[in-house]
Design a protein. Sequence first.
Length: 288
Amino acid sequence: MNVVVVGDAGLDVVARHRHAIVPGGDSRAKIRLAGGGAGANTALWLATLDTATTLLARVGDDAGGRLIRAELESAGVRCAFVVDPEAPTCCVVVLVDHEGQRSMLPDRGANARFCAEDVAATSLEGATHLHLSGYVLLDPSSRPGGLAALAAAREAGLTTSVDPQAAALLTDPQAFLDDVRGVDLLLPNTDELIALTGSADPAAAAELLDVVGAVAVTAGLDGASWVDADGVVSVPADEAECVDSTGAGDAFNAGVLSAWLRGESTKDVLAAGVRLGARAVSRVGAQP
């Protein structure tokens, strides 16, 4: 089993604030610099599960890009990076409130310039599955690269999965669904499911089965559900104190994919996802 992840790699500036932010004033916070980017997050969580993983992304020709590569490679992730001399490495300011809920100010940097030419055939060598972060598809500048990655995976006979990633960016649900038509597994959270179907009920994901093979919906404290032609299977969430929700969905994806690709039962696949999601929210930062 070898997974290629296509998505952003960058740096997160995580600011945890206990009180409301004061516009034009000072708001005390605890701040740390951490690795981030949805693609890198999922790749690293996959590596913790001893899943061979390649990350296909763009980074800047700068200290941030070199740091990210070093940390990923030291954790066992193969980095198929395109180094962009004209754009900085992705950086995201993550504001985390006292309940662990995060708001993000992203600058995708070099990731926004990901293009079809970046999808080299060598990146898919030995792979069995390709996972694509929805951020790539939902930014017009990188969308052609995301479509090229999905097309190359299908041509190579790989299974595929996509995380929609951001409900606020799903302004044209039908266009997004057209882009992911034929994908084996779609991995939305509840907000993204609402954006795609108009309903928070996991059963509503059945509407998407004429587009994708199956849907795994993560619902935070309400657990997760798997929807396919056989119906709906749900599991409860694992108990965990929510310190920082950043990257919880990326960790869930890694747990689900690793178990699913090993052929485990549907309940065990979902359990693996919620277990990793609970680990992610119990610590600061999006990565293990």
